[in-house]
Write a protein that binds this ligand. Sequence first.
Ligand SMILES: [Mn+2]
Length: 376
Amino acid sequence: MTESSGRPLHDNYGPEARAAVERESELPTTGWEREVARGLELGLPAADSVVDRRIPTFSRGELPHFAGINTFLKAPFVEDVRTCGEYDVVVLGAPFDGGTTYRPGTRFGPQGIRKISALYGPYNFELGVDLRESITIADLGDVFTIPGNIEKTFDQISKAVGHVYSSGAFPVVLGGDHSIGYPTVRGVSEHLSGNLGIIHFDRHVDTQETDLDERMHTTPWFHATDIPNVPARNLVQIGIGGWQAPRPGVKIGRERGTTIMTVTDCVEMGIEAAAQRALDVAWDGAEAVWLSFDVDCLDAAFVPGTGWPEPGGFLPREVLKFIQLVAAQPLAGIEVVECSPPYDHAEITSLIATRVICDTLGCLVRAGHLPRSAGD
Ligand SMILES: [Mn+2]
């Protein structure tokens, strides 16, 4: 194999790096050129002393990373939500922490994730994907949640997610505590004729009926699997364990037939086998699969900014490998929950949340599932 210049690659690359370097040469740059032209038009050409004439006076794109208004990955903020179907991927925040039972703060999760996402460009080396060249992303801003009312908030989130999903765009939901898992799934399931499976990363089962007398963030999958086309047998729960898995939830999971995979189960069978098991369970007879990612499935060392941190969870590279395998198959959408910036340090929890979303999108693009017209 050769690089674009025709010069043969030397033999000191490992296979992944070699493939990545080769794939980069095949990626187009038309999206980047469009962004430069748009920046020069809308942001004015730079001052005379600036040598690189691609730079505008006002920042109007990816660069500089520390500049600009915080949307997810600097995607355009789309104020008219009626137009969301014009985009391949739509980001929406669900800023709600009324379902938390210990540390609050996830109402600031969407802001935290958007802020650190400015650090990322659209290109991933190992995946060989440049999102800017492959898909369009819009940031719709946030759902109007009702801080003191869980049920009204659930209704708002279901309506918002259902609107985005039925538009044809791929929804990316920025939580929010995990109570939002029920209304997001409800919003998608209403637009399916068949069943919806759920791939759920978490240290906690979240399957009890109520907690503290309400439908809190410990309860979403009890209520989601009460929906007729969201059967419990298609719910696979990955990373469960430790001292925070409440017995009532475990009992419900056993009775309803959910599938639980501990960290040790996954590591000892190998991440590839574990991901295949998860896909087999979630997709068994299902029309679509929703990905619900609680950042606390990672070891507490990596996610200080979360509601119920628990030691003994996944390493980032394990969970990223898992995500990459899961997202090689189509998904109905993704939510990343339980990121609480007030408890975060150096934005590392928001950073892993961003990473999970970007890897999911990158793998869906790589596999041809995004844009949707290309695959599904
Ligand atoms: Mn959790």
